[in-house]
Design a protein. Structure first.
Length: 650
C-alpha cells in the first residue's frame, strides 16, 4: 500500500468524531441535599441523557457515510496486478496466446500453481480484447500444438482455456513460438503480437532468450512465474526379482539434502534409502522376491512440484532380441559363419541380441521375447508356425521376409501367411533394377535398387499385395518391396533373398537400410511400453478399445499413420485389445526438473505491447453507495418524531 492510499484511508478515522463529540458533552454534577425532594418523583439527570446515543441508526448511517468518503478518496490510488493489452493506433489486434502446459508449470505459486496463474493471465488478456480482435491459443508443452485456431469467438477460446488441465509434458518454447508466428503472419491484421505465458524453464540450459528469430512482436508478462524453485523427481523405478533400481533427478545438488526414497505397498514401507547431495543418482534397494505388484517409489519431504515425487515400480527392461531364421549350411559356405542378415544386424546396433533359430517356432509364446523376426528365404511356414507368427504379430511383432529360390519350392501345405496370402514362384530372370518413381520413400539409399544385378526374383499373385503398401517396384511393375499391417505389428516382404549368391543386394547400403527400418519398428514397439510424457503412440494396425491412465480414459485421434494417442500425464497406462491387456509406462522428461528460466529480452517487456498493472477506478460505485447513505439519513430524519414531555408530579 502506498503512502497516498494510506493517507486517504485515514479519513475513515473520523468515523469516531461524532461519538467523541457527544461524549465530551457529559459533565459531572455536584450533588446538594434538598429535604423536600423526597416528596418528588425521581427523574433521570439531563447530563446522563445527553451521554446516551439517542438514535443509534442515525449514528450508524453517518459513520458509514464517513467511511464511504474515505474509500472514495483512496480509489484513485488503488491498483492491482492485471494484464492489459496495449494497442497501436487503436485498431483491432491479432493475439496469439502461447500457454506453457509443461510439468514445470505445476510448481506452487502461493496458494495455487504457475499453470493456474498463467491461465488467469490468459483470461485477463481476453478480458482486454474488443470486437474485431482475433485470438488463437497455442500449447507450449511437448509437442507444440494448436489448441484453438485464431478466431474472434472469445467465448470458444475461454471454454478451451477452462478445459486445459496440468500435464507432465516437456517444454518446447522455440517450436511453439515459431508455430504462433506462422499463424500470426497469415492474419490480415496490421497489429499482430504473441503473448507468451511461461516460466521459460525448458531445461535446455540456454542463455539465449526465446523468440529472437521471430518477426512478430513478443510480449512475456508475469514475471512472478520465472523464479527457480527446488524440486526432485523419481524418473523411473524398475524391478528385477528382489532387486529394485530407482533413478532420481533434482534441479540442484542442495535440493536432495535430507530426502530419501521409500518403496511402498499401499501405506506399508518395504524399503528406503537416503539421497546423496547430487543432482542425478541411481539407488539400489531390495525387497522380498514374493512381494506382489503395485509397488510405488516415493520421495520423502516436500518441494515445488509434488506431482513428480513418486513413480510406479515396473519390470526392468532387457536388451531387444532379434530372431533370424536362415539356411545355416548355405550361409556357412558363403560367409564362413553367420548369415549376412545376422552380421548386418549386429553391426547396426551392438546393444541388440541377435538369436539364430533353426526353424520358425510353432507358438507365439516362444516368439514373445523377440521384437523382430527375420526370415531369410524359408521354404514356407507350417500351419502351426503361421498361427504362432500371426498371434505374435498381432501383439506388436515386426517381421521381415526375404524371398529366394527355397521360398519358390515350398513344400505342400506350407504358405507365407501372415506375410502375404498365396504362393511364391521363383524365376531365374529379372529386370536390372527398380522403377525410379517407386522408391522415393527410401531416400538416397534407395538408388541402390536402380542398378541391381539379380540372378532371379520371386513373383507373387496380385492378391498378395492388394491390401499392402508397395514401397518399391521392379521396372516391369512387379512388387519388389511391400509392407502390410498385421494387428499391432507389421510384415515387410522383399522379393529377393538376403544372400549374395542370388543378387548383389546384400552388398548395397539399401540392404542395411531395410534392416535398420525393421530394427526401428521393433524398438518403437518395445519402447512404446516405456515412453516420455507428450510422446505420441501410433496404432497403424490394431486399435485399442480403451486406454486408461492416471488421468482417466485417454482419447484417440486420427493421425498420419493410423490412430494416435498422446499421454500427457506420467504413470502407468492399461491398453485393452479385446480380451488382451497391455501395460505401458509413461515417464517425465528429466529436463523439466530444472526450473532455471531462460532470460527474457527487453523488447518482450515493452509497455507498448501491454502492461501488467491496471488502475481500478471504483469511484462511480463508491459515489453511488455514498448517495444511498445520504438518502437513508434523510429518510431517518423524516421519520423522526419529537418525544413527549414527561408529566409532572401530582
Amino acid at each position: 500500500m502506498s503512502f497516498t492510499t494510506a493517507l486517504a484511508l485515514l479519513v475513515g478515522v473520523l468515523v469516531a468524531a461524532p461519538l467523541v463529540a457527544h461524549l465530551l458533552r457529559r459533565r459531572k454534577t455536584e450533588r446538594v441535599l434538598f429535604p423536600p425532594a423526597a416528596l418528588v418523583l425521581a427523574a433521570q439527570p439531563v447530563a446522563r441523557q445527553r451521554a446516551r446515543l439517542e438514535d443509534r441508526g442515525l449514528f450508524a448511517i453517518r459513520a458509514l457515510a464517513v467511511l464511504a468518503l474515505a474509500v472514495l478518496g483512496a480509489t484513485p490510488f488503488v491498483s492491482c496486478s492485471r494484464l492489459s493489452l496495449g494497442r497501436n493506433g487503436g485498431g483491432s489486434v491479432a493475439v496469439l496466446l502461447v500457454l506453457d502446459d509443461s510439468m514445470s508449470m505445476q510448481a506452487r505459486l502461493g496458494s495455487s500453481t504457475r499453470f493456474e496463474r498463467a491461465k488467469e493471465g490468459a483470461r485477463e488478456v481476453l478480458g482486454s480484447l474488443r470486437e474485431g480482435d482475433v485470438v488463437g491459443l497455442i500449447g507450449a508443452g511437448t509437442p507444440a500444438r494448436v489448441l484453438m485456431a485464431a478466431t474472434s469467438d472469445l467465448a470458444a477460446v475461454r471454454a478451451t482455456l477452462d478445459a486445459l488441465t496440468p500435464a507432465d509434458r516437456g517444454t518446447d518454447l522455440d517450436t511453439s513460438l515459431t508455430l504462433a508466428a506462422g499463424i500470426a503472419r497469415a492474419l490480415p491484421h496490421a497489429d499482430r503480437r504473441i503473448v507468451l505465458l511461461s516460466d521459460l524453464a525448458d531445461g535446455s540450459g540456454s542463455d539465449q532468450p526465446p523468440g529472437l528469430h521471430l518477426d512478430v512482436p513478443l510480449w512475456i508478462p508475469l514475471d512472478e512465474l520465472r523464479a527457480q524453485a527446488p524440486d526432485c523427481a523419481v524418473l523411473r523405478a524398475t524391478r528385477k526379482g528382489p532387486r529394485l533400481s530407482v533413478d532420481v533427478i533434482c534441479g540442484a545438488d542442495q535440493d536432495a539434502q535430507g530426502r530419501s526414497v521409500e518403496i511402498r505397498l499401499g501405506d506399508k514401507i518395504l524399503a528406503s534409502a537416503n539421497l546423496e547431495p547430487r543432482r542425478s543418482q541411481q539407488l539400489a534397494l531390495s525387497i522380498e522376491d514374493a512381494t506382489p505388484a503395485g509397488l510405488v517409489a516415493r520421495l520423502t519431504g516436500q518441494d515445488a512440484i509434488p506431482g513428480d515425487d513418486q513413480a510406479p515400480v515396473t519390470a526392468a527392461s532387457v536388451a531387444m532380441q532379434i530372431a533370424v531364421v536362415s539356411d545355416l549350411s548355405a550361409s556357412a559356405l558363403v560367409t564362413g559363419g553367420p548369415s549376412p542378415a545376422e552380421q548386418a544386424l549386429a553391426a547396426l546396433d551392438e546393444t541388440v541380441a541377435v538369436r539364430p533359430l533353426p526353424v520358425v517356432p510353432d507358438d507365439a509364446e516362444t516368439l514373445q521375447p523377440y521384437a523382430v523376426l527375420v526370415l531369410d528365404d524359408p521354404p514356407g511356414l507350417t500351419p502351426e508356425a503361421r498361427a504362432g507368427v500371426r498371434s505374435w504379430m498381432e501383439r506388436g511383432g515386426v517381421g521381415l521376409l526375404w524371398l529366394g529360390p527355397r521360398a519358390g519350392g515350398a513344400i505342400l501345405g506350407a504358405a507365407f501367411e501372415p506375410f502375404f496370402p498365396g504362393p511364391a514362384r521363383w524365376v531365374n530372370n529379372a529386370p536390372s533394377g527398380a522403377a525410379p518413381d517407386s522408391i522415393q520413400g527410401l531416400g538416397e539409399v534407395g538408388e541402390g535398387l536402380l542398378a541391381l544385378a539379380p540372378r532371379g526374383r520371386a513373383l507373387l499373385e496380385e492378391r498378395a499385395f492388394t491390401e499392402a503398401q508397395v514401397q518399391g517396384r521392379w521396372s516391369d511393375g512387379a512388387p519388389l518391396l511391400f509392407q502390410r499391417a498385421v494387428g499391432r505389428g507389421s510384415a515387410t516382404v522383399v522379393t529377393l533373398p538376403a544372400s549374395a549368391e542370388s543378387s548383389d543386394l546384400p552388398l548395397r547400403p539399401v540392404f542395411l537400410e531395410l534392416l535398420a527400418r525393421a530394427l526401428e519398428a521393433g524398438r518403437a514397439q518395445q519402447l512404446g511400453r516405456r515412453s516420455v510424457a507428450g510422446a505420441p503412440w501410433s496404432f497403424p494396425g490394431a486399435i485399442p478399445d480403451e486406454i486408461v491412465g492416471p488421468g482417466g480414459p485417454l482419447p484417440l485421434r486420427e493421425g498420419g499413420n493410423g490412430r494416435v494417442a498422446t499421454p500427457g500425464r506420467a504413470g502407468q497406462y492399461a491398453l485393452r485389445f479385446g480380451a488382451q491387456q497391455e501395460l505401458r509406462v509413461v515417464e517425465i522428461d528429466e529436463r523439466e526438473v530444472d526450473t532455471r528460466p531462460r532470460p527474457a529480452t527487453p523488447p518482450a517487456q515493452e509497455r507498448a505491447l501491454g502492461t501488467q498493472r491496471a488502475t481500478i477506478d471504483a469511484s462511480p460505485y463508491v459515489a453511488f453507495v455514498l448517495l444511498l447513505v445520504i438518502a437513508a439519513e434523510a429518510g431517518l430524519r423524516l421519520r423522526a418524531r419529537p418525544k413527549d414531555e414527561v408529566p409532572g408530579a401530582a
